[in-house]
Design a protein around this ligand. Structure first.
Ligand SMILES: Nc1nc2c(ncn2[C@@H]2O[C@H](COP(=O)(O)OP(=O)(O)O)[C@@H](O)[C@H]2O)c(=O)[nH]1
Ligand SMILES: [Mg+2]
Length: 224
């Protein structure tokens, strides 16, 4: 009975996500679903991306948190529209919540929407949000074994960001071991090492992102 209910919830979510994907495609908006545990650096990463891209592309951010609006306020201070969703306890965002947030954005003006999912390595990956790309952030203080413990999110994300690389030398995080676990779980993942604190490596990821946006536009216009 419980399993059936869960299947129904996910099927309903997938249907809304398909509608969202169509809207994003029609409007030419590239959507990033950013997932990680609490404190891995999701908001910091978003702010670094904004600093690099905001003069070039129109960005909006959808912030998912159980409570508070602190992350949305940080984003707005960077001059970018931010919609805060408070899930009131739910450990993930779902497509219906995103649909509600879109009503508050001028989609005709946007190039990118970055969704900061609720801090959690388990549930967010189950819910399609109509995104183009799923990005999981791991960070040095979490330890190198997290992909072993929470494999699904690492298997199903197209991008893996390893943040807080500035802390590598003062931790027992084994980078070789981490990479070996990842290559076993998801050999084709696009892997970037960054420090949001020192602003290192974020530009490499942004170049990759720009290429994806270009490819998506090219596909939409039927190829050049
Ligand atoms: N040392 C270090 N700290 C970082 C880095 N990125 C983020 N932080 C810190 O980690 C904490 C959590 O960051 P935040 O972006 O709020 O994480 P979120 O909960 O995933 O959104 C904050 O104190 C950040 O300043 C980094 O690259 N290096
Ligand atoms: Mg945050």
């Amino acid at each position: 009975m419980e399993i059936k209910l869960q299947q129904d919830i996910l099927a309903a979510n997938d249907k809304i996500a398909a509608d969202l994907r169509k809207i994003f495609e029609d409007k030419g908006i590239f959507v990033i679903n950013l997932m990680a545990s609490p404190g891995a650096g999701k908001t910091s990463f978003i702010l670094r991306i904004i600093e690099i891209l905001k003069d070039e592309l129109n960005i909006a951010v959808i912030e998912g948190d159980i409570a508070s609006k602190v992350d949305a306020e940080k984003v707005r201070e960077h001059g970018v529209a931010a919609i805060q969703i408070n899930t009131g306890g739910a450990c993930h965002l779902d497509a219906n919540m995103i649909r509600g947030a879109l009503d508050m954005l001028d989609l005709d003006l946007l190039d990118i929407i970055i969704i900061e999912n609720v801090g959690n390595l388990v549930c967010p990956v189950e819910f399609d949000l109509g995104e183009n790309v799923r990005v999981v952030i791991s960070s040095i203080p979490e330890g190198d074994d997290k992909p072993l413990k929470y494999p699904r999110i690492f298997v199903e994300s197209e991008v893996l960001i390893l943040n807080k690389i500035d802390l590598l030398d003062c931790s027992d995080f084994n980078l070789g071991e981490f990479k070996s676990i990842i290559s076993g779980l998801n050999p084709s993942v696009n892997f970037f090492e960054v420090s949001c604190k020192l602003v290192e490596g974020v530009d490499v990821w942004v170049s990759w992102l720009q290429k994806q946006i270009y490819e998506a536009q090219k596909t939409k216009s039927g190829g050049v």
